[in-house]
Design a protein around this ligand. Structure first.
Ligand code: MOS
Length: 763
């Protein structure tokens, strides 16, 4: 497969890529035709499962009296640890967790042990949801409780430095950071706290398991990663991969929690097999707080050494966080700290404490989000201490190459992001002194922060079928979180095939389609779009072969390399008048359709495919950006309101500025939520969440968010993929909490280092 980065040349003529196309799936969504995983209700004999969960965070199940529940009409099965069918493989050790790609080294109902509040202890199946719910309410569960550990802050907790955390050593070092800090003329030390956060997608976790035969399972699941779900489930259930069919056509958000096979996803097929009916299992909103992971509660201490001019000399980072009883898991904060600024020496240490909570998991920009809070607040402190403008101190420490690896950047337009953001925001009118600006009785503050997110390595297949009548079906086993996967790939296919977007049908969300990457790690747009583009090139290669061999074609006997495609016409590069539309060629050749396929590569995968023996390019690949925030702080009530917002992002080629703008707005709102209101509170004695619903867990609503300005810096990056596009799903949340804290500091003169910045902390 030819993977030369020829996209910009081939698509020199304006097309629909880069245009603000509205979502192609929007109509289906607003009319209710879009079928979400829980909505396959016409399956013959579909019945309902309900989870009964533990109120106790640690202990033993003494007994479960199911006699009253069993007598209820419609009840088809009640399963506890005593009668639940066994999994072929269950992720009950770190080795099995890794082998099964499970998010936890634990599966509930394998014994009488209770290790976290909300852990399933029973599952009830009945013919209607209401009957299942009622029967579950009649279960008498007796648990012998033990004293749980609530978090790393619990005096009972034992803190330790893990040998390995998320694939890296618990301690990472570059240079002699401790010594460099000790001798630095300017030293800043600060500790930052983060509450537990939950993803809270609108659509909860939901699985329908349908055994179409004893060895053939179809699963409709709310997953960001159908191929991962397919593989994990097949291993857990003792099936071959091809015996499990996973469908996920539409998602109502995910933010990382839907990337994995959580217990309910495997429980549904287990009980469906036992009762011999298709089973639907939907998590309730409270169960979403103990069913699909969370972002861990954590604190970070940052020691920053700098020259008196404000140049960084050293950064020493320590993070302490809560993990589950079984896993040494922490999101990797150190990565962004190691690369964001020109930094000669860096050291990072992870500390963990096992507590009675499920394993935390990937949550939008896992690591970069909390890591950026610490570094971006500290940079603001450094600026304030040295009387420098916050942008100035960042420019002073601009990393011209990747400090972590020494590699050049594949592209970096951070300076342009600062400049354009400052312009749009009116930054030059900022009063350099904090606590000086008022509007009525409100204190007004302006803050900014840098954002960055890596281009991870993705890889995936796509298939393109072009019909002689000018329509095309384009397929990849991707998922659309609601962010625009359907739309941007329709655009890419339309341009690459030279047809109108309304003549493209892009299909995703089915494990029978070509295997591609997870909608996670901001990899889907870059990976899937390049595979679609290259699969279209495969179609043209085949058609050009037909044309040059066809006596009736104007291209007869032309050299294939001299033929190009322009808006659906094959023509000579040097003599564009000589050529014909693909439809004419195909009709004459009796070709109803032509099918092409290709592998799309993203990140270092793509760069490897470009490398030759003489030339082994190695680039550090990241998207960059800057956020600007204005807050009004009520000095009497302590409330903080974000009143203006500007984000400027450089994410390579922007495939669709409308869906991209929504991504950046969504991420910024996600971050504003974490900054000002989002926290799940675990009771320090009971280790139970006290606010596990959307009444107690506050997320921003429209009234909390001002009109937001989002702009993009256009970048042509030939190293990230064939499209030159970088992912932007996660960079949008990076730096946001710091921008808000920096604005609150500017408004009040007080630095808040504990999230969320609720009124009690502001006053
Ligand atoms: Mo995202 S946390 O990679 O789904």
């Amino acid at each position: 497969m030819d993977t030369e980065p020829q996209f910009f040349e081939t698509n020199a003529t304006p097309g629909v890529v880069g245009q603000p196309l509205s979502r192609v799936d929007g109509w289906a969504k607003v009319t209710g035709q879009a079928k979400y995983s829980a909505e396959y209700n016409r399956l013959p004999g579909l019945v309902h499962a309900v989870l009964k969960t533990s109120d106790v965070a640690k202990g033993r199940v003494v007994s479960i009296d199911a006699s009253a529940a069993q007598r209820q009409p419609g009840v088809l099965g009640i399963f506890t640890h005593e009668n639940l069918p066994k999994l072929a493989r269950s992720p009950n050790s770190p080795e099995e967790k890794a082998a099964l790609n499970s998010p936890m080294s634990f599966f509930p109902m394998q014994s009488d042990r209770i290790e976290y509040a909300g852990q399933p202890v029973a599952i009830v199946v009945a013919d209607t949801l209401e009957r299942a719910q009622y029967a579950a309410s009649l279960l008498k569960v007796t648990i012998s409780p033990e004293a749980p550990v609530a978090s790393y802050l619990d005096p009972k907790a034992t803190r330790f430095v893990p040998k390995v955390v998320k694939g890296v050593p618990g301690v990472t070092k570059r240079g002699e950071a401790q010594a460099a800090f000790a001798s630095a003329p300017v030293q800043l030390t600060a500790t930052y706290h983060h509450a537990t956060n939950h993803h809270n997608p609108m659509e909860p976790g939901a699985t329908i398991a349908h055994w179409e035969a004893a060895d053939r399972l179809t699963v409709y699941d709310t997953t960001q990663a159908i191929t991962w779900t397919q593989k994990t489930l097949s291993q857990m259930l003792g099936l071959k991969i091809e015996q499990v069919h996973v469908i996920s056509k539409f998602l109502g958000g995910g933010f990382g929690c839907k990337a994995w096979v959580w217990p309910h996803v495997a429980l549904a097929p287990l009980v469906a097999r036992a009762v011999g009916r298709p089973v639907k299992l939907v998590l309730t909103r409270p169960q979403m707080f103990t069913g699909m992971g969370h972002r861990e509660d954590q604190e970070q201490t940052l020691r920053l050494g700098a020259t008196r001019e404000g140049k960084l000399l050293a950064l020493v980072h320590e993070k302490t966080s809560t993990t589950s009883p079984w896993d040494d898991y922490a999101e990797s904060n150190h990565k962004i700290l190691d690369m964001l600024y020109a930094l000669p020496a860096f050291e990072s240490t992870y500390h963990l404490a096992h507590a009675n909570v499920m394993t935390s998991t990937s949550t939008r920009a896992p690591g970069e989000m909390p890591g950026s809070f610490a570094i971006e607040c500290s940079m603001d402190d450094l600026a304030a201490q040295l009387n420098l403008d916050p942008i100035q101190v960042r420019l002073l420490n601009h990393a011209d190459k990747d400090p972590a690896t020494g590699h050049p950047w594949s592209s970096k337009s951070l300076k342009q992001c600062y400049q354009r953001g400052a312009e749009l925001f009116g930054w030059n009118k900022r009063n350099p002194k904090a606590g000086q600006t008022r509007e009525g009785r409100m204190l007004v503050g302006w803050g900014m922060a840098t954002a960055s997110y890596p281009v991870h390595s993705g890889k995936g297949n796509a298939r393109v079928r072009l019909y002689a009548d000018g329509r095309a079906v384009v397929q990849a086993g991707a998922t659309d979180l609601g962010t625009g996967t359907y739309t941007i790939n329709t655009q890419v296919a339309a341009d690459a095939l030279g047809i109108a977007p309304e003549n493209v049908r892009f299909e995703l969300g089915d494990s029978n389609l070509p295997t591609t990457t997870v909608s996670g790690g901001s990899m889907a747009a870059g990976t899937v779009s390049s595979s679609v583009y290259l699969a279209a090139q495969d179609v043209w290669r085949q058609l050009i072969k037909v044309a040059v061999a066809d006596k009736k074609s104007p291209l007869y006997r032309a050299k294939p390399a001299d033929v190009v495609m322009e808006k659906g016409r094959l023509q000579l590069k040097a003599d564009p008048g000589k050529g014909e539309a693909f439809g004419e060629l195909m009709k004459r050749a009796g070709l109803g359709d032509v099918e092409g396929s290709a592998i799309g590569r993203y990140g270092s995968n793509y760069e490897e495919s470009l490398a030759t023996s003489e030339q082994a390019p190695e680039h550090a690949m990241h998207a960059f950006g800057a956020h600007f925030c204005e807050v009004h702080v009520d000095p009497e009530l302590g409330t903080v309101r974000v009143t203006r917002w500007v984000s400027v992002v450089a994410g390579g080629r922007i495939l669709n500025p409308k869906t991209a703008r929504s991504q950046v707005m969504g991420g910024s709102i996600f971050g504003i939520g974490a900054a000002l209101m989002e926290q799940t509170v675990r009771d320090s004695n009971l280790a139970r969440y006290t606010n596990a619903d959307l009444a107690g867990y506050h997320v921003p609503v429209n009234a909390d968010i001002p009109n937001m300005t989002v702009e993009f810096i256009d970048e042509h990056d030939p190293y990230v993929n064939a499209m030159g596009a970088k992912g932007i799903g996660e960079i949008s949340v990076v730096g946001v909490t710091a921008a808000v804290s920096n604005a609150v500091f500017h408004a009040t003169g007080r630095r808040l280092r504990s999230l969320p910045m609720t009124p009690d902390k502001v006053l």
